[in-house]
Design a protein. Structure first.
Lengths: 379, 399
């Protein structure tokens, strides 16, 4: 199996699975319980929190755990806004941000959606012009899940801080954490969303960084877990697995980044052997090294995806959550100015540092065979 | 930790995961890790595993599969039910009826709604923790959009008259939600027969994994989403699905509801022996909750003159895991809102202990608790100034 769909989800590491199992078998106590099983569970919660905090250089006490990236995004956005507020976001955010914004628009909150350029980078001038007196929040993703564009978060934060002291900044770092070095302190971020299953951790766990002193309303209230910001019996096994995954990715992270960059570089180089393609996420400072979006002109991305599947190679045509429904048209690719034809032929290859150059070569071979066949029947 | 022996009497806080459940989950951590929303065949295994689990949950409560939505746990299901119904139906009215003994996931969601223009009636309960159907009927107004009453209470184990409540709700054309987090696996549930419109459950209370629950939403019920985003759960609950968790929930609910009668028979027998032993060996003790209509594994008792917290500590040192109330409020110093609602005075509520039995409980655990607990209570009473005063005054006991 060649798995090039690591932006959709990743395979949990063995160490992660072992930790999850251990927690389920041995540390099954409720972390809020006063007795020893509770205390042991709480200790493991703490270790996980420390690792996840390290992932973004946060204070341990500033991390709360959630059920995943979507919940973190919903919590951050709904937790901070009230009627009459203004929010700035972008047109290429993940649906868990866009749909949440749509929802609150109906409740009397105004939203400005920034445009992006051909690289998928937000329009900085538009940002400057959009900040107002009542701009309560700027919510921008760090790395886009479909084209891998990296937003200039530091610059954005700088502009916001200099324009309106009351504006808070939320960053959806689901696709960037563990892939780019992140330092919430030096970046001066207020809120940041993370998800476990994108870094070889288990599904069903995520985190939200909340800067000390920032008050937000919980999305899920109840027993008061997670400093009363996210109630519900803690999902210790998955959370602890998340912690282990964070620890692993942090270990020699630079080497891992180099490895994945080399995989993408090799892939892009070998794409030179193909006609009629367009690389939508080239190797440059604007794009991350683990996402490669390519348009194969004249071919339907979906057809290519299924053909690759025959070779046991797994890729995607868009973000996983919208891949299913044809009614869910891809909304990111049009924003970077792709033609209808290029959108139809777009395929996303997303890598992990566990992928190899050999896998790329095998995929290229498969692509060649498939394309020769498909393009021949086209004529 | 010093104790070699571990007697887990806290199944109401959370349960261990059954080995069969773990086995069912394992492949979805390893080979079948695909994102169910991906369109290649490899991911279809994840997708069909979710649908199988949905069937199992539906079957367990008498619902249809497309009425089950997976969540990140019981609290999320509760919050979703309350906030989702409230905001989707605010054109019809702004009044919600619940009880004083709900879990905080319901009570705090209600507080939130109160801040957002909704009116909440908190029904009283009697000394056994039972609501009054008359009071419920009287509380209904033409603005009432939702009745949310828990199936069984997590602290005192009282089981509410759900079917009767369902009839009232149906007759008055009001949505009925029940928090069945403690009931699943312990009480037979049939949402159609009981006229339940929404029901919350959480896997970790019936030997399934933590971090996964479900909300049953009867077809046609008007509800808003709580977590927006990708189109998962038929566009009603966004977020990449926790497939191993969902599979575990399916397996666990199947096991937990396959033979409730014989499971309960076994647990109740042990529970009653434990309870009788406690009442016999420890004077000045009161059972909280309904004498019959209670969860099979639940014992909640108040020992006069002592502090529940100290009791827990000493029990823990003897290897007995128990609780003073709900796990989540264990850290707080306020007496339980449930015990106050059934009319216990503060000082007595403080001396309460919940022992909750479950599948792991063995007869020798009962013997052990009956050996250890009376000694610990006596030791604490001997140190208690209240007990000292009481002994000298020789006042009559009313508990
Ligand atoms: C009656 C009741 N409702 C809701 C919950 C919350 O469930 P969870 O902790 O899974 O979110 C619990 C348990 O903690 C409970 O006992
Ligand atoms: C950028 C981005 N944000 C948020 C999410 C949502 O995360 P989750 O699926 O863990 O809810 C995803 C992935 O699905 C994503 O790619």
């Amino acid at each position: 199996m060649i798995y090039f769909d690591n932006s959709a989800t990743t395979k949990p590491h063995r160490e992660v699975v072992e930790e999850v199992l251990l927690c389920m078998e041995k540390y099954f106590g409720n972390p809020s319980s006063a007795h020893r099983l509770g205390v042991e569970a709480e200790k493991r919660m703490k270790a996980a929190r420390e690792n996840v905090a390290r992932l973004i250089n946060a204070q341990t006490s500033d991390i709360i755990f959630t059920s995943g990236g979507s919940e973190s995004n919903n919590t951050a956005i709904k937790g901070i806004l009230k009627k009459g507020d203004h929010v700035i976001s972008s047109k290429i955010e993940h649906p868990s941000v866009l749909k949440t914004l749509k929802e609150i628009e109906e409740e009397g909150i105004e939203v400005t959606y920034l445009n992006v350029d051909a690289n998928g980078v937000v329009d900085i001038n538009q940002l400057k012009d959009s900040i107002r007196e009542n701009t309560r929040l700027v919510t921008i993703m760090h790395v886009n899940n479909e084209i891998g564009s990296i937003q200039p978060i530091e610059q954005i934060i700088n502009i916001v801080r200099n324009s309106n002291k009351k504006t808070k900044i939320h960053v959806d770092a689901v696709q960037s954490a563990g892939k780019i070095k992140i330092d919430v302190k030096s970046m001066d971020v207020d809120l940041m969303s993370l998800s476990s299953h994108k870094i070889h951790g288990p599904k069903g766990a995520g985190a939200l960084y909340i800067k000390k002193g920032l008050n937000i309303k919980p999305l899920i209230s109840g027993g008061g877990q997670e400093r009363d910001l996210r109630s519900g019996t803690e999902n210790l096994p998955m959370i602890s697995g998340f912690g282990v995954a964070a620890g692993i990715i942090l270990d020699n992270m630079e080497d891992k980044i180099k490895k994945v960059n080399a995989v993408k570089k090799h892939f892009v180089e070998r794409l030179n052997e193909f006609d009629d393609i367009k690389v939508n996420s080239p190797i440059d400072d604007f794009h991350i090294g683990n996402i490669l979006n390519v348009s194969f002109r004249g071919i339907k991305g979906e057809v290519l995806l299924h053909a690759l599947e025959d070779y046991d190679i797994y890729v995607s045509t868009g973000s996983a959550c919208s891949a299913k429904k044809s009614s869910h048209k891809n909304y990111v690719l049009p924003e970077i100015g792709l033609s209808e034809k290029d959108i139809t032929g777009a395929v996303r290859f997303s890598f992990s540092y566990l992928n190899t150059i050999e896998e790329v070569d095998a995929a290229i071979d498969a692509l060649k065979k498939i394309l020769t066949f498909l393009r021949r029947i086209k004529k | 930790m010093e104790g070699k022996r571990l007697v887990y009497m806290d199944h109401a806080a959370t349960t261990y995961v059954k080995p069969e459940v773990l086995d069912a989950m394992m492949p979805y951590f390893t080979e079948n890790f695909g994102n169910p929303s991906s369109i290649y065949t490899f991911s279809r295994k994840s997708k069909s595993a979710i649908e199988e689990a949905r069937e199992k949950v539906a079957k367990a409560i008498g619902a249809k599969a497309d009425e089950i939505y997976f969540t990140g746990g019981g609290s999320e299901a509760d919050n979703w039910a309350l906030k989702g119904i409230a905001f989707a139906n605010k054109d019809k009215g702004n009044h919600i009826i619940t009880t004083k003994i709900e879990h905080h996931a319901i009570l705090h969601a209600c507080e939130f709604l109160e801040k957002n223009g909704f009116e909440i009636t908190y029904l009283n309960v009697d000394e056994n923790g039972m609501i009054s159907l008359d009071e419920l009927e009287r509380a209904i107004t033409d603005k009432t959009i939702l009745i949310s009453i828990m199936f069984a209470n997590n602290e005192i184990g009282t089981i509410e008259p759900i079917k009767e409540i369902g009839e009232i709700a149906k007759k008055r054309n009001i949505y009925f939600h029940t928090d069945a987090v403690q009931a699943v696996g312990n009480v037979k549930i049939d949402v159609k027969d009981m006229n339940i419109d929404l029901l919350s459950l959480a896997a970790h209370k019936f030997y399934g994994p933590k971090g996964v629950g479900a909300l049953y939403i009867k077809k046609g019920v008007k509800i808003e989403n709580l977590i927006h985003g990708g189109g998962q759960e038929r566009k009603r609950r966004a977020g990449t699905e926790n497939i191993p968790g969902i599979v575990g929930l399916g397996k666990a609910i199947e096991l937990a509801t396959s033979d409730i009668d014989s499971h309960n028979e076994r647990i109740i027998k042990m529970r009653d022996r434990l309870l009788e032993g406690i009442m016999e060996k420890i004077p000045h003790t009161k059972l909280n909750g309904h004498p019959e209509k209670r969860l099979p594994g639940n014992i909640n008792v108040s020992f006069r003159f002592i502090e529940g917290e100290s009791l827990l500590l000493l029990l823990d040192q003897s290897g007995i895991c128990a609780s003073t109330g709900s796990a989540c409020s264990s850290g707080s110093l306020d007496p339980s809102h449930v015990l106050l609602a059934i009319g216990l005075p503060h000082e007595i509520a403080h001396g309460s202990l919940r022992l909750s039995l479950g599948d792991a409980t063995k007869e020798e655990d009962i013997d052990y608790v009956l050996e250890v607990l009376p000694k610990i209570v006596q030791r604490l009473r001997d140190m208690s100034p209240l007990y000292e005063t009481f002994k000298h005054k020789g006042e009559t006991i009313n508990v």
